[in-house]
Design a protein around this ligand. Structure first.
Ligand code: HEM
Length: 155
């Protein structure tokens, strides 16, 4: 799979640098979009299962949003440095089993991708570009592939 140019890596890093200063809004928006795109996804998340509203200040909600964004950003860096996404073996095994156990299936990764790209677009405003979008998409896809492969290996 393809690597990432310095420009692409920089676009991902710069946008994450801005977004990470507003984690409460970012994570709320991200989950709102996930549930807009796929309402049934709600039941997989422990912190959403029994509520009608997305909780405003939930640490688990924030943790998942931050993990997805941060790991995608790290993937962009690895793709530029090494030409591939490298997740530590133990981390990957853990990620594979957590998601399997929660009932996550491959199409859910497309839902989260769409929500991630839309969150980036809204958060970066006039700084947003097709190239920035493409770089986030590529980094996410390769990370998601690593997790999905692990899930398939464990299933
Ligand atoms: C849990 C990362 C995609 C659903 C987790 C955890 C991590 C993580 C690190 C463990 C959180 C913890 O216990 O501290 C990621 C990354 C993703 C991804 C990096 C994509 C690149 C998805 C997708 C779904 C999903 C596509 C389904 C829509 C869940 C659920 C949990 C979880 C339901 C358990 C959270 C809870 O109820 O507390 N994920 N995830 N994840 N993930 Fe993901």
């Amino acid at each position: 799979m393809g690597g990432m140019s310095e420009k692409q890596e920089a676009l991902v890093k710069e946008s994450w640098e801005v977004m990470k200063h507003n984690i409460p809004d970012l994570s709320l928006r991200f989950f709102t979009l996930i549930l807009e795109i796929a309402p049934p996804a709600k039941n997989m998340f422990s912190f959403l299962k029994d509520t009608d509203e997305i909780p405003q200040n939930n640490p688990k909600l924030k943790a998942h949003a931050v993990k997805v964004f941060k790991m995608t950003c790290e993937s962009a860096i690895q793709l530029r440095e090494k030409g591939e996404v490298v997740v530590a073996d133990t981390t990957l095994k853990w990620l594979g089993s957590v998601h399997l156990q929660k009932g996550v299936i491959d199409p859910h990764f497309e839902v989260v991708k769409e929500a991630l790209l839309r969150t980036v677009k809204e958060a970066t405003g006039e700084k947003w570009s097709e190239e920035m979008n493409g770089a986030w998409a590529e980094a996410y896809d390769q990370l998601a592939t690593a997790i999905k492969n692990e899930m398939h290996a464990e299933a």
